[in-house]
Design a protein. Structure first.
Length: 301
């Protein structure tokens, strides 16, 4: 997959493309249905498949919600799209200049720079200044396929619903809607308490991007790093400054983790709220119990 960073001053010379257009934060099941329709249409018409998306998310630039809170930061989104078989990822830097373009101006200054043969959008997609444009507007200039909603528990699958479930700690619902576990990536740093439980590694994880927060507490997780994939327990919290903190506990302790190494932590189940313990021994026993449960969950997944 080729990554193209759009610029208003640059010329692009692509072959004919079928373009799926949207924000695609989460790449959840509804997004995947839309993208798969675009990939299929490209194959049917002998063209290439493309995704046109925006970074940063328009909601943050337009101050519709506080900065951060991505379900899939751009680098992760890029990996997932490549796995799906998309040919081109076109990233439009979302600025106030782009936000203030009318639908007609957006078509002229952005879409017409590419050899678009067809556009695929969701049923509720809006674009252009103030969201003036929709699928009908696009259809006046391009062949358009509109993909209907996907639902779960009677509600539209979307990033708003998924965020609500993350904040509630409902990882089963999140996995169903994403089609995979919710994942946070970060960097392994030293932990001064690493000797608390001799047979267990306790690692601080410095979260590397602005990820959507989950409910504070203790989680069963599956961690992936260069040396492999293993079950573990994560302690997730948000500091008084609003910054997320995460500590990862894994067994056995002899695994050779490298400081500053990138690690991906997939949240499989909310286990419990964080509690105070009467002694270090009691805490160590609780950690061991949590790790046994986390391994059982991994084996069942």
């Amino acid at each position: 997959m080729e990554l193209i960073r759009f610029s208003l001053t640059e010329e692009f010379n692509l072959p004919g493309i079928v373009a799926a257009m949207g924000h695609f934060d989460g790449l959840h099941l509804a997004h995947r249905a839309l993208l798969e329709r675009g990939i299929a249409a490209a194959k049917e018409t002998g063209t290439k498949s493309a995704v046109i998306t925006f970074d940063p998310h328009p909601d943050y630039v337009l101050k519709k919600r506080p900065p951060g809170g991505y379900l899939t930061p751009l680098a992760h989104k890029q990996e997932l799209l490549a796995q799906m078989g998309v040919d081109y990822l076109i990233v439009v830097p979302f600025t106030l200049e782009i936000a203030n373009l009318t639908p007609a101006e957006f078509s002229e200054k952005v879409l017409d720079r590419f050899n678009i043969k067809m556009i695929i959008v969701g049923f509720d997609y809006r674009y252009g200044r103030g969201g003036q444009g929709d699928s009908a507007t696009l259809g006046k200039k391009y062949p358009v396929i509109v993909v209907p909603a996907e639902t779960y528990l009677g509600e539209k699958i979307g990033s708003v619903f998924i965020r609500r479930m993350l904040e509630a700690g409902n990882m089963a619902a999140v996995r169903t809607m994403l089609g995979r576990y919710y994942e946070i990536r970060g960097r392994i740093t030293a932990d001064p308490n690493c000797a608390l439980v001799p047979e267990i590694s306790i690692l601080n994880i410095e979260i590397s991007d602005d990820y959507q927060a989950v409910k504070p507490g203790i989680y069963a997780v599956i961690a992936s790093v260069g040396i492999g994939c293993f079950s573990g327990v994560a302690q997730y919290d948000v500091s008084s400054s609003g910054r997320p903190t995460m500590r990862l506990m894994v067994h056995p302790a002899h695994i050779d983790f490298s400081h500053n190494e990138t690690i991906a932590v997939a949240f499989t189940r909310y286990l419990r709220a964080e509690t105070n313990h009467a002694s270090a021994e009691e805490l160590a026993a609780q950690i061991r119990s949590d790790l046994v449960e986390a391994e059982t969950i991994k084996e069942e997944s």
